[in-house]
Every structure is written in C-alpha cells, then in structure tokens.
Design a protein around this ligand. Structure first.
Ligand code: FAD
Ligand code: DHB
Length: 395
C-alpha cells in the first residue's frame, strides 16, 4: 500500500472475513474505512478453514454483490447426514424448513472479499504490527501500529476489532466490565484436504464409539475430512496412513468402502472451545467475529457469526452516519449476542452429541448420545429443529 491514510471514519483491525466484509458493506453505504491487518495478504488468502455458508449468509453475500463465484463454484446442499451405529440418517433441510446451505471454502470467500476491497479502493494495510488503540471514550479514537519499522497513527470515529480469537482489541474493554463464558472440550479436530473426489454428495457427520469424523468437500476433486484426536495431539502424530485408517474405521462400511485416499495436501490440528465475552462494545470500540466469541466447529457457525455480526454493525454504523442516531450502535452488542448464544448452544449440542468424551461417565454419556440420535432418526420434529439451527436464522 503506497500511502497509509492518517484519518478515516471506521478503523477496522483485522482483515479476515469479518473485517473485509465490514469494509465492503460500509463502502456500499458510502462510509470510509481502513483495514489494519497483521499478516501478509498472501497469508490471509491461503488460510484453509470453514466450508459451510448458511442460507442467510449466502443471501447477504449475494445482495452485497459477492455471490457470483459462490453460486457458480459452490455447492448448494439441501441436507446433511448423520452416521451412527453403522446407520446413516439424512436431515432434509429443504423438505423440513425450505432452506439450504452453500459449501464454499472460506479461502474462496476471502479471495472474493479482497477483490471487492481492491475494486472499491478500500485501503488495506497489511503487515501492521503492534496495533494499539487510544482514546476509546471521547470524541474520536486513534489506532497506532508499526509497519516496516515506522509507527503510524490512524485517527477515526469508530474502531472495530475483527482481529480473531488471538487478537488484541478485546483487551481494551476494561476487565471490570467484561464477563467471559468458556467451555473447552477435551479433544481436537485433525483436518486434511485431499485431492480426491468427495466420498458422498452431502456432508456426513459421524458419531463412533472411538470418536467423531466428518466428511466434507471443496469441489469435485477436492475433499475435506476431519477426525477427532486427543487434546494433546500434534500434526506429527497424524501421518496420512493413520488419518485414513481412523477415518475409515469411524464411517459406516457403505461409506468407507467408497472412500478414495491420496497423500493429503494440507493438515491442521484445531482445539475445540466455546467462548463468549460480553459486552461486545466499549465506547467507540465494537468487536465482531472470532474477536468476541469462538464456537467449536461442529455446527459450522464461526464464519456465519462473523457475517451476522458485521451485518448488524454495518446497519448500525450506516444509521449513525445517516441520521446521527446512536440507537443502533448502542444496541449492537445485545442484538449480536442474542444470535451468538443461539449458535453457541447449537454448536455445544452437536459437539456433545457427536464426540467421544474421554473419562467422564462415558457409558452413561454414550447411551444419551445414541438416544438423541435415535430420536432424530425417529422424529420429524427433532430433525426440523436441527435443520432450523443448522441452516441458521434469517438476517
Ligand atoms: P479471523 O478469520 O481469525 O480473522 C482475523 C484477522 O485478524 C486475521 O486475518 C488475523 O491475521 C488478523 N489479526 C489477528 N491479530 C491481529 C492484530 N493484533 N492486529 C491486526 N490484525 C490481527 N465457521 C463456519 O461458519 N463454518 C465452518 O464450516 C467452519 N469450519 C471451521 C473449520 C476449522 C478447522 C476452523 C479452524 C474454523 C472453522 N470455522 C467455521 C470458523 C471460522 O473459520 C472463523 O469463525 C472465521 O474465520 C472468523 O472470522 P474472523 O474474521 O472473525 O476472524
Ligand atoms: C466444514 C467444517 C466444519 O466445521 C463443518 O461443521 C462442516 C464442514 C468444512 O471445512 O468443510
């Protein structure tokens, strides 16, 4: 970036999905912003993460002019499958609630977002280190950062912290005002990308007595698989041979016999936790996405919450610049948190139903899991409830 601005309306810390979508939505409202991102563009664009876009998120992306490639290259899925006890049951989203999800990698969405940012000439300062926030209570705020050895100051009306689970902005909400809620789960997910055709047309979430497994995809020649590992596992503990063997052992044989394996091209180990900090704002600072809350990936909600947060925030900021009213911004935290907690509950429920929990009263827990899954198999109402949460509320 040639000239780093010294003044803007909204300073956005973090250029992941939350930060870059917010900048784009504000630009469409005629509101200026600057994104200040710690990593290089290439790093942000290459990160492999989420894959499921909720119905409402997909509609938001389309109405923001970001839906073209998603609709051409993504897959509209009208259901998902749950595997347990050698059986497979389908949750028919379209039949039950008339909605779908789109399978479209976060990596692809990030490309679309950065393209929109470049097209709108929105300043994106990458490799910005030591971000600090100043004067969050008062007339205007300042974000300072170090770039290529030089310290810069960006004056703004509002600061939005979109700097993810390991960001710094949330630390600026005084601890005396913050209440945090957390649950860590005693296992990890090991995820791979495999240059092979997906094993099924739709996602399969598998509950097995030895642990969870998930079959997902990116395109017709690229599959995404996850298996549950132990809390202290590292990538080195999961060579490809072990990964494929464990995955196969956790799927019904009708599925595993179709699985095509190959040397994997990406592997990650990700811990599972639920974490929410309330409130999501302080003075001129607003938090959005993983900076304010983290959910375990089982319900595929993290990226979708990042999207819903910034939709609420963009509307509130637009209202503030249009009318001078702070009502929307004052209500932002409560509005966003109500949706966040719905997703926290759903992710916790799916995590609890699908994983092996080492230690604690396992036989009892296992019977409860099987009973819950049997209930889903037997009851259309139960499946409708799950479908409603999986596809997500409207935005
Ligand atoms: P991030 O994507 O983390 O972006 C934060 C940005 O801030 C990053 O670019 C980072 O470099 C930058 N940053 C950090 N610190 C600083 C700093 N100090 N200064 C400046 N910049 C900083 N969600 C779903 O909805 N569906 C799924 O299917 C799904 N699957 C997942 C699978 C896996 C394996 C994982 C790990 C996550 C998954 N998620 C899923 C979650 C989803 O990826 C995240 O919730 C989403 O990336 C959150 O977006 P964000 O913009 O809030 O945060
Ligand atoms: C994917 C990730 C998830 O967390 C999930 O629940 C479903 C799919 C994925 O990466 O494809």
């Amino acid at each position: 970036m040639s000239q780093i601005p010294e003044r803007t309306q909204v300073a956005i810390v973090g250029g992941g999905p939350a930060g870059s979508l917010l900048a784009h939505l504000l630009h469409r409202e005629g509101i200026e912003s600057v994104i200040v991102e710690l990593r290089t563009r290439q790093h942000v664009l290459e990160r492999v993460r989420a894959g499921v876009i909720e119905h409402g998120s997909a509609e938001v992306l389309r109405s923001a002019g970001l839906g073209k490639r998603m609709d051409e290259e993504g897959f509209m899925h009208e259901g998902v499958n749950l595997a347990f006890d050698g059986r497979l049951i389908r949750i028919d989203f379209m039949g039950l609630v008339g909605k779908y999800v789109v399978i479209y990698g976060q990596t692809e969405l990030q490309k679309d977002l950065y393209q929109a940012i470049d097209a709108g000439d929105i300043p994106l300062v990458d490799e910005a280190e030591e971000v600090e926030l100043h004067e969050l209570v008062g007339d205007r705020s300042t974000v300072t950062f170090l770039r290529q050895g030089r310290r810069h100051a960006l004056e703004c009306d509002f600061v939005v912290g979109c700097d993810g689970a390991h960001g710094v902005t949330r630390e600026y909400i005084p601890t005396s005002l913050v209440q945090s809620f957390e649950r860590t789960y005693p296992f990890v997910w090991v995820g791979v990308l495999s240059p092979t055709p997906p094993v099924a047309d739709e996602l399969i979430y598998a509950n097995h007595e030895t642990g969870f497994a998930l079959c997902s995809m990116r395109n017709r020649q690229l599959s995404r698989y996850y298996v549950q590992g132990s809390a202290d596992d590292r990538i080195e503990d999961w060579p490809d041979d072990r990964f494929w063997e464990v995955l196969k052992s956790r799927l019904p044989s009708t599925v595993s016999e179709r699985l095509v394996t190959a040397p994997t091209i990406e592997k990650l180990v990700t811990p599972l936790r639920s974490w929410v900090a309330e409130p999501m704002s302080f003075g001129r600072l607003f938090l959005a996405g993983d900076a304010a809350h983290v959910v375990p990936p089982t319900g595929a909600k993290g990226l979708n919450l990042a999207i819903s947060d910034v939709v609420y925030l963009a509307e509130a900021l637009a209202d503030r610049y249009r009318t001078g009213s702070m009502t929307g911004l004052d209500g932002y935290s409560a509005t966003a948190l109500s949706r966040v907690w719905r997703a926290v509950r759903f992710s916790w429920w799916m995590t609890t139903m699908m994983h092996y929990f080492p230690g604690i009263a396992h036989d009892f827990e296992r019977r409860l899991q099987l009973s819950e899954l049997e209930y889903l198999a037997a009851s259309e109402n139960a499946r409708r409830t799950m479908a409603e949460s999986y596809v997500g509320p409207s935005l």
